[in-house]
Design a binder for this molecule. Structure first.
Ligand SMILES: Cc1cc2nc3c(=O)[nH]c(=O)nc-3n(C[C@H](O)[C@H](O)[C@H](O)COP(=O)(O)O)c2cc1C
Ligand code: SF4
Length: 436
């Protein structure tokens, strides 16, 4: 069902000048911050708790609960994660380019609620236009008095720094991001002891939240946590921004009410994905970014709901939905995803570094026609070494979850389309010509 819920975070983007402070102020901008500063920090945090806002960066941890876990200390930080480097994930990109003030306002409200001493927004370096607009918005917000000393005369002061990333996917993992912010190589830290809420940036307690998570905060403060929680069902409240790509007629961004809208709606409704290109047949789809296990057409009627997707064996993850049809070579698709993870492994953990390399090589061999039937068991065995049991959620033998993400696409492809692997091996080439 497609509901008529108004958009929350994309309501401004239709304006040509949506990224300017003039448009922001003309459309209610910084009113949420003004309201928050009349409340106690605890009351602000309570609204976000009531909203049941789940983090939009991948793991879906409730934002209010994360804030409550921050160790109290004289210095603490808010770090906003705008690294967004996973293939097919492109929703934060939109928010950064088209509504940077909304991110800044959400970050300021959050910093006030948690008592942070400074805010950093870490933005993917390749987002040249996004970085330019984010920095311009930051300068405008300083000039307007929304950032800096004694904000709006309310006695709250804070600085905000925009920090460009240097082009590594692993820097989206929160502890690698903190290393990178500190000027070091982006190596994930071991948790424990490096849980950011306790021991984060420069060893101080730190909250790391995603760009989309922050973008929801001004609306929640202006409209109340209950109004947000009234959208969606269960724990999956509010709306979510989905990045739809692959073999659909209308790829793009869609902000939809959680839970009530289904994958079938998203992919097939004429006002959304519009169905499969050339009216082909859907073969499989990835429900939440390329780290996630795949679903077949039998899961199309699942709601866009974190819990339901989790129970069905995958995740809503980064909000990116990739559609494959009968012209897609699943071996090639899984190989390309594996190739990405293999290249982006930071190399600290043997299962991820070596396992990812082996998986990529075996997948390439099969796709290019040199595969053996025993390769299928070999692939699953290597997957099992990286993520024992090859189940969902994955078991972890590594420092971060990039490693256990690698088996998702291979295991899905083998389990769902074993015949296609065998056809490659028997034909000694890709029977589909290695097309997509
Ligand atoms: C390999 C890897 C890459 C990640 N990339 C991103 C990213 O680009 N953006 C993001 O917000 N979270 C990313 N995450 C998740 C972050 O570690 C973290 O959970 C998130 O920023 C927390 O924000 P949230 O609670 O608001 O979702 C990544 C995690 C892993 C393991
Ligand atoms: S799992 Fe991979 S990316 Fe993560 S720390 Fe280990 S080697 Fe690095």
């Amino acid at each position: 069902m497609i509901t008529n819920a108004d958009p929350i975070i994309t309501r401004r983007i239709a304006f040509e000048d949506s990224y300017t402070i003039e448009r922001y102020l003309a459309t209610g901008g910084y009113e949420g911050l003004r309201r928050a500063l009349t409340m106690t920090p605890e009351a602000v945090a309570e609204e976000v708790n009531k909203a049941s806002l789940l983090g939009r960066g991948g793991a879906g941890f409730p934002a209010g609960r994360k804030w409550s876990m921050l160790r109290q200390a004289p210095t603490s930080y808010l770090v906003v994660n705008g690294d967004e480097s996973e293939p097919a994930t492109f929703k934060d990109h939109l928010l950064i380019e088209r509504d940077p003030h909304q991110i800044i306002e959400g970050s300021l409200i959050t910093a006030y609620a948690i008592g942070a001493s400074q805010i950093f927004i870490f933005c993917r370096g390749e987002f040249a236009l996004g970085l330019e607009r984010l920095q311009a918005a930051c300068n405008e917000a300083y000039a307007y008095g929304a950032i800096g000393k004694n904000i709006f005369g309310a006695g709250f002061s804070i600085d905000l720094v925009i920090h460009p990333g240097a082009g590594a996917y692993i820097c989206g993992e929160e502890t690698a991001l903190l290393e990178s912010l500190e000027g070091k190589r982006g190596f994930p830290r071991i948790k424990p002891p490096f849980f950011p809420a306790v021991n984060g940036l420069y060893g101080q307690p730190t909250v790391v939240n995603n760009i989309e998570t922050m973008s929801n905060i001004p609306w929640i403060i202006l409209n109340g946590g209950d109004a947000f929680a009234a959208l969606g069902t269960g724990a999956s409240t509010g709306t979510r921004l989905f990045a739809l790509s692959g073999r659909v007629k209308r790829p793009g961004w869609y902000e939809l009410e959680m839970s009530k809208t289904t994958f079938r709606d998203l992919i097939f409704d004429p006002s959304l994905g519009g169905g499969i290109i050339d009216d082909g047949t859907i073969k499989a789809f990835i429900p939440g970014g390329v780290s996630a296990p795949w679903f077949g057409p039998d899961q199309l009627d699942l709601g866009l709901d974190q819990e339901a997707v989790g129970k069905a064996g995958s995740m809503l993850g980064s909000g990116s939905v990739v559609v494959m049809d009968d012209t897609t070579c699943v071996v090639r698709a899984a190989w390309r995803i594996t190739r990405f993870f293999h290249r982006e492994s930071c190399g600290q953990c043997t299962p991820c570094r070596e396992g990812g390399t082996w998986l990529e090589q075996i997948m390439r061999r099969i796709e290019e026609g040199g595969g053996r039937e025993s390769d299928l068991d070999l692939l699953m065995d290597v997957c099992d070494n990286i993520a024992p049991g090859v189940s969902w959620p994955p078991q972890q033998t590594t420092i971060c979850v990039l490693g256990p993400s690698i088996p998702s696409s291979i295991a899905s492809a083998i389990r769902m389309f074993r015949d296609e692997f065998l056809a490659h091996i028997e034909a000694g080439c890709c029977p589909m010509g290695g097309a997509r």
